[in-house]
Design a protein around this ligand. Structure first.
Ligand SMILES: *Cc1c(COP(=O)(O)O)cnc(C)c1O
Length: 401
């Protein structure tokens, strides 16, 4: 009989979206004539931009011809795609060498798989609330996690406790679910702390493309010293609507060298390269060509149109909550609006209340950590019309007395 990885028993049931679907279906069964507005799931709705679709068609034709057919590609990704991403960094004022970029099938796999490179007795800091993948992937391999608290007092941007040591630090900015975004000074404090502690920062910048203020860093490498302490995970999922097409990239700078227990040097870049070469066979040729097209001037411009569409929805939600005097975070450099549940409701009570009263479905904050228990996440990934209608219903329900 196999001995099982019983660390899986430590995971909480992944019931968030299942429970949302269950409660929503039960409501619809009882009220078949009602129309729901879904502002819950963090999935995009706008189609792929023309550049990406053209590249997919062209690549499919190449695959149909023996002269241009492609088999296995490099595990790290094609040079063309890596160079396009390096140029995209440069456009945003950051130098990242194409050789440090690994193309993946998305940031979820890479953030989850990165635990492969570390031992199991590290001090690991993870924000609460945050994208649940970091906590779960660490629990799955038997690691212990220390939560760093994001709350209204720190604008959901936890900062290091200089008196406490850490080995591995997860940061997500702009944050899912809160939409909070670190500024340059704050990220500098994290980088300096990591360098002092000889720690590594695992920085998830899946939402960098939503940042519109040029003063806010879109990459951790905008901070001096970050290449000596940080790995960056990025994704085309939200940037370019690739949630179903699948492509991400991870930057592992060759400067990231740490000591082994017997005093030898190990490079995280070499370890990740070895890991990927062993367990990953590369992102599809078609998808990598589409990704390269996304980072062309034309591709960036086309993607920006979709991002503006979502940002406009976020603005509609933010303006309504402001008018209703409901405290919230995010909604500016992020597709997410994170509001405090009115009247002291907990997040599941708020879910039921919105579903029953105005047929709006969102995401209870409890699904992202303890600190989300009295918060609620709305997304701007719906249509403009649905967003406006949801906010009309909000105004009816929570009208200012
Ligand atoms: C959506 C999201 C990702 C992207 O995941 P993919 O696997 O690339 O689709 C990564 N991190 C966070 C915080 C996200 O919300």
């Amino acid at each position: 009989m196999p001995k099982l990885n019983e660390n899986y028993l430590k995971l909480k049931d992944n019931y968030l979206f299942a429970e949302i679907a269950h409660r929503t279906a039960a409501y619809l069964q009882q009220h078949p004539d009602q129309t729901l507005i879904r502002l819950g799931i963090g999935d995009v709705t706008r189609p792929l931009c023309k550049c990406a679709v053209d590249a997919l068609h062209e690549s499919a034709d190449e695959m149909a011809d023996a002269k241009t057919f492609k088999g296995y590609g490099p595990e790290q990704g094609y040079a063309k795609t890596r160079e396009a991403i390096s140029a995209y960094y440069k456009r945003n004022g950051v130098e990242v060498d194409a050789a440090d970029i690994f193309i993946s099938d998305g940031a979820k796999s890479d953030t989850g798989n990165f635990t492969d490179l570390f031992a199991h007795d590290n001090v690991i800091l993870i924000p609460d609330p945050v994208y649940p993948v970091y906590v779960d992937s660490n629990l799955m391999c038997g690691n212990t996690v220390t939560y760093i608290s994001g709350n209204a007092e720190n604008d959901f941007l936890p900062m290091p406790d200089e008196t406490v040591h850490a080995d591995i630090i997860y940061l997500c900015s702009p944050n899912n679910p809160t939409g909070a975004c670190y500024n340059r000074q704050q990220l500098k404090v994290w980088v300096d702390y990591a360098l002092k502690e000889n720690a590594v920062i695992l920085f998830d910048s899946a939402y960098e493309a939503f940042i519109s203020d040029p003063e806010l860093p879109r990459s951790i490498y905008a901070i001096e010293g970050a290449k000596r302490c940080a790995v960056e995970f990025c994704s085309l999922s939200k940037t370019a609507g690739f949630t179903g097409t699948r492509c991400g990239y991870t930057v592992v700078p060759r400067e990231l060298i740490f000591d082994t227990s017997d005093g030898r040097k190990l490079s995280l870049h070499d370890m990740w390269n070895r890991r990927q070469s062993t367990k990953y066979n590369g992102t599809s040729y078609l998808v990598q060509n589409a990704a390269a097209a996304i980072f062309s001037e034309e591709g960036i411009r086309e993607c920006q149109e979709n991002l503006e569409y979502y940002k406009n929805n976020a603005r509609v939600i933010a303006e309504t909550l402001t008018e209703l005097k409901i405290p919230f975070f995010g909604g500016v450099h992020s597709p997410y609006i994170w509001f405090q549940c009115p009247g002291g409701m907990d997040s599941w009570t708020c879910f039921d209340y919105l579903l029953n009263q105005i047929q709006v479905v969102g995401t209870p904050g409890a699904g992202f950590g303890e600190n989300g228990n009295h918060y609620f996440r709305l997304t701007s990934f719906g249509t403009y019309e649905a967003t406006v209608e949801a906010m009309r219903r909000f105004k009816q329900l929570f009208h200012v007395q």
